[in-house]
Design a binder for this molecule. Structure first.
Ligand SMILES: [Zn+2]
Length: 441
């Protein structure tokens, strides 16, 4: 049995690992590479394996860097089943449809896939519940909760030996999503390391509450650059909960993103799978949706404070730009950037004090308002949480670190070794590892 490390070995996107099981090759995740232009080019390279040779795909969660290449895989000949949870299936469709739309509108590049290709993926999904074992390619697979975002799982594969794929792991104290289940005793663990080098600073609730009070007292609108999936629903819930306790500070809340609206529908449907189903449901119900021109016409003239969540989360495109343009000369306004801002993005530039920005069409804006950036908003486990996840039961496992930059992986490796984890490796892109040989060492 072998593992083939194809994706997310040199960064945090484009997750793709193949495991050879007794009766077939199974792909774990099938994500798009994201980031700066030269990184994106990788998505157009030929795959290092033949899609038709893959008998099944396990999708750990819906994020684009785990699901975004699926329509292209199907277009190129993959016909196997796609195993995931029901919530992941629905969120992944929202994400893949949005990705197709963005690609179709990019005139400079031939799209990897279009909406029609996304439709072809639909019939391949085989939904599985967390905690229930099912047979796959001569092995047995069980999903366990990974926290992170709605529907996310880690995959536990048994076939004489046990291999665990962490997927992306969430925080133990996430305000909305349940904590990840610890890694069970295993022979091999393939785990993410996004925040492998960091211990999170700041307390999310405190930072948000301070901002809400300031906005109310100083009469400042808050424009939030938010990811449409997971981040938006967490923010809406926290804002709702704060206003329940402190109605005296209440401002009207809006969302302005078609994708956010779709994701909200899925979160509402599966609210029971979160820590605060009623608050989540009510928060989404009460948020005003900006859909039509007349709603935009009315909000853009407002002089009183309000809150709006618009995408994209790193200000790389989307409707956030019309807010930046409309309020650019206003200094009594807050741009809130909750969460990690990747290198090279406008969000990063603004978070570091930059104020002269340009949108996708080259229109220049000088932002005069405040910029508040918070690192406390992340759906990823930090170093301590990652380390506890694997070292609690699986010190004897051979651990492979993926999905992190090199420094994060090195730092997490040192931390795991200090906790007594037996072998920790950092596989390279394209590396193929024989699992039997490794376990006999
Ligand atoms: Zn993720």
């Amino acid at each position: 049995m072998k593992l083939h490390f194809w994706g997310a070995t040199e960064g945090v996107t484009g997750s793709m690992t193949v495991i050879e099981l007794p009766e077939g090759n199974v792909l774990i995740d099938c994500g798009l590479v994201q980031g700066e232009k030269h990184a994106l080019e990788k998505n157009w390279e030929t795959l290092p394996f033949v899609p038709a040779d893959i008998s099944a795909l396990i999708l750990t969660h819906a994020h684009l860097d785990h699901s975004g290449y699926i329509p292209k895989l199907v277009k190129d000949g993959f016909r196997g089943d796609i195993y995931c949870t029901q919530a992941t299936r629905e969120l992944a469709l929202v994400i893949m449809e949005d990705s197709a739309k963005i690609q179709e509108s990019d005139e400079g590049k031939k799209p990897l896939y279009v909406a029609e290709d996304v439709n072809r993926v639909l019939s391949l999904f085989k939904v599985k519940e967390i905690g229930k074992t099912f047979p796959l390619a001569g092995a047995h697979v069980k999903f366990q909760s990974a926290g992170h975002i709605l529907g996310a799982i880690s995959a536990v594969i048994d076939c004489g030996m046990r291999i665990v794929f962490s997927g992306d792991l969430g925080r133990s104290d996430d305000a909305l999503i349940l904590s990840p289940e610890l890694c069970p005793p295993a022979n091999f663990v393939v785990m993410e390391s996004t925040y492998g080098g960091r211990v999170r600073q700041g307390i999310l609730k405190d930072e948000l509450e301070k901002l809400l009070v300031t906005a109310y007292k100083k009469k400042k609108p808050i424009i939030v650059a938010s990811f449409a999936v997971a981040r938006a629903q967490l923010l809406l819930t926290l804002i709702y909960e704060f206003y329940q306790k402190h109605p005296e500070y209440k401002l009207e809340v809006f969302i302005d993103s078609p994708m956010m609206k779709k994701a909200n529908r899925v979160y509402k449907k599966y609210a029971e799978q979160t820590k605060h189903p009623e608050d989540l449901y009510e928060a989404i119900e009460q948020a005003n949706v900006i859909e039509h021109q007349k709603e935009w016409d009315s909000i853009k003239k407002r002089t009183d404070p309000f809150i709006v969540l618009a995408s994209s989360g790193m200000v790389t495109g989307g409707r956030i730009w019309r807010y930046l343009a409309n309020w650019q000369d206003e200094d009594n306004v807050i741009l809130f950037l909750p969460g990690y801002q990747a290198e090279g993005t406008t969000g990063r530039f603004l978070s570091e004090g930059g104020r002269e920005i340009a949108d996708g069409e080259g229109r220049r804006i000088t932002w005069s308002g405040d910029v508040v950036h918070s690192d406390a908003f992340s759906s990823h486990a930090d170093q301590k949480e990652l380390s506890d996840w694997v070292s609690s039961n699986s010190k004897d496992a051979h651990v492979y670190l993926v999905h992190g930059d090199f420094e994060s992986k090195q730092s997490l490796r040192d931390n795991l070794m200090s906790k007594g984890v037996r072998i920790v490796s950092i596989p390279k892109h394209g590396e193929v590892l024989e699992l039997i040989e490794q376990s006999q060492k």
